[in-house]
Design a protein around this ligand. Structure first.
Ligand SMILES: Nc1ncnc2c1ncn2[C@@H]1O[C@H](COP(=O)(O)OP(=O)(O)OP(=O)(O)O)[C@@H](O)[C@H]1O
Ligand SMILES: [Mg+2]
Length: 271
């Protein structure tokens, strides 16, 4: 669905950021992108909807090249982006109006706008806030409303760049659960995060370092491949403990990730 070939990018000031990236992202896939500060995650993500255009190589969204100006509008509809700061993305005076705003620009009939807004509010669990001003929503609700805006526009793919980083842990979990539920709707997700516990929910993790993808696979495969001692991203402490215990033969994960309780039970069993 999104096809990236030998993508390199330098900012106008000459900073080389992306270095020959090849990547395919499928519809309905939940991909988490991690990597150290400044490795190029946001720069890569901004290529997916044509906010940035490749210096070399190509990015194609459903076959449409982001360098083709005549495709840009359809690409931006297909790939929605939500950023870190939930306060900068609203225009309407109510949540409903805000979501409808983008659709009004498409000159759709009023009945269609109403239906699309209602569907997006329902999918994101935001229907009860439709008449509320975006400014009085909580941080997590703002992020959900921003996601609803993209879905109403018909996004088939969402890029979420550290959407949870300014939220408390409860709002963070709420947003994450909603995002996970989008998998059943065949929405593709690229979820950028620095929160260790969010790595494990992915179908696939991509690890970036210095402008390159250095690992790509299921969370456990990638974690096993890179080992426990690296500075590329932080692992959840519980998983580190579990993997270490497995390494020394105390427990067997059998490819499963453990909750604190099941880990405790495994340890007790081995004693
Ligand atoms: N507009 C810009 N002009 C020049 N260099 C930039 C610009 N934006 C980002 N950079 C540089 O590009 C590199 C990659 O930045 P980017 O924001 O993509 O990293 P990131 O992986 O998203 O980091 P973080 O985890 O901190 O969000 C950094 O060295 C950054 O300083
Ligand atoms: Mg970033």
């Amino acid at each position: 669905m999104i096809s990236i070939e030998t993508l390199s990018y330098s900012y106008p000031d000459g900073t080389n950021v992306l270095d020959s990236i090849d990547l395919e992202l499928e519809a309905g896939e939940f991909v988490v992108l991690v990597g150290p500060n400044g490795c190029g995650k946001s720069t890569l993500s901004r290529h997916l909807n044509g906010l940035l255009r490749p210096t070399a190589g190509s990015v194609k969204v459903m076959g449409m090249d982001t360098r083709d100006p005549s495709s840009l509008w359809r690409i931006r509809q297909a790939v929605g982006m939500v950023f870190q700061d939930p306060n900068v993305q609203f225009i309407g005076s109510t949540v409903e109006e805000d979501i409808a705003f983008g659709l009004e620009n498409l000159a759709l009939p009023t009945a269609d706008i109403k239906r699309l807004v209602s569907e997006a509010l329902e999918i994101t669990g935001m229907d009860k806030y439709r008449h509320i001003s975006p400014s009085s929503l909580s941080g997590g609700q703002k992020q959900k409303a921003a996601i609803a805006g993209s879905l109403a526009m018909g996004s088939k793919f969402l890029v979420l760049d550290e959407v949870s980083s300014m939220l408390d842990s409860r709002s963070c979990a709420e947003v994450l659960n909603m995002v996970i539920s989008l998998k059943n709707k065949e929405i593709g997700l690229l979820y950028i995060t620095h929160r260790p516990e969010e790595i494990l929910i992915a179908d696939r993790i991509l690890v970036m370092d210095q402008g390159r993808i250095v690992a790509d696979g299921t969370p456990l495969t990638v974690i096993r491949e890179l080992g426990l001692e690296h500075d590329l991203f932080e692992l959840p402490p519980l998983l580190k403990l579990a993997l270490k215990l497995e390494d020394v033969g105390v427990i067997h994960l059998n490819g499963h990730l453990l909750s604190p309780l099941t880990l405790a039970e495994e340890i007790c069993r081995s004693l």
